[in-house]
Design a protein around this ligand. Structure first.
Ligand code: SAM
Length: 226
């Protein structure tokens, strides 16, 4: 993938600092507000959930990466055997744990960590899900390879993520300004084509790919480990 000028502005901003710490602190700070924010496009979300459910089985052990406050994990948990809901923001996880306890959900456990956390055992998950997640990781190829390693043979990657560069790469400019003032996390400027190539290059066969919202373009992808 070539690096656009806008992308360079973004990555250079935190070159001397620790990108991961910056983003973790951003999400910790915003977790409470995020948990209260209503879903912007409910029909699109419901459509995504319907497509996700169609792939899940009652015997499945599922890992969700970047689960936020676990709203989606809670919604999908009746469909599967077990969900490990993970996020590198401990505040997001704290809120998610409290929600699971309040709802009496017994088949979700929580992990504070990235997909690279040692808490996850390679080859043990039927599906790894990430919603509004892949555009936030710095090392997309490495993250996709790690997700592939965590899956059982034929396991599924289920993702929906913003492909903002399908609108314009100029988004990199306001994002860089916002990041400078601490109002945005790390964001990767992806097109749907770039995302799908990265998924295929990591060793997946794409089974389904569709935009579930137009603005911002939110790409839903289901891909099988090959
Ligand atoms: C936009 S929120 C989405 C939350 C949830 N999946 C949803 O759809 O509501 C992104 C989440 O990913 C988490 N996150 C971002 N980068 C991460 C990383 N590298 N490892 C783990 N979690 C990460 C953030 O803390 C945040 O909770």
């Amino acid at each position: 993938m070539t690096t656009s000028p806008a992308t360079s502005i973004q990555t250079q901003h935190r070159e001397d600092g620790n990108e991961m710490d910056y983003s973790t602190a951003f999400w910790d700070r915003n977790a409470e507000k995020y948990s209260k924010r209503p879903i912007k496009n409910m029909p699109a979300y419901e459509h995504t959930m319907e497509r996700v459910r169609s792939y899940l089985k009652p015997t499945d052990r599922v890992l969700e990466v970047g689960c936020g406050t676990a709203s989606t994990a809670l919604l999908l948990s009746p469909r599967v055997k077990h969900i490990t809901a993970s996020d590198f923001s401990s505040t997001m996880i704290e809120i998610g744990r409290a929600k699971a306890k309040k709802s009496g959900t017994g088949n979700i456990d929580f992990v504070v960590g990235t997909p690279f956390s040692e808490a996850f055992e390679p080859g043990t998950y039927d599906a790894v899900m990430g919603f509004s997640f892949l555009h936030l990781v710095e090392d997309l190829p490495g993250t996709l390879k790690r997700i592939r390693d965590l899956l059982k043979p034929d396991g599924l990657l289920i993702s929906k993520t913003v492909c903002i560069a399908d609108q314009t790469r100029l988004w990199g400019i306001p994002i860089a300004v916002m990041r400078f003032f601490g109002y945005a996390p790390y964001v990767s400027l992806l097109t749907a084509d770039e995302l799908e190539s990265a998924v295929a290059n990591a060793g997946f066969e794409i089974l389904e790919a569709e935009n579930h919202s137009v603005s911002p373009p939110s790409r839903f992808i289901v891909a099988k480990k090959v």
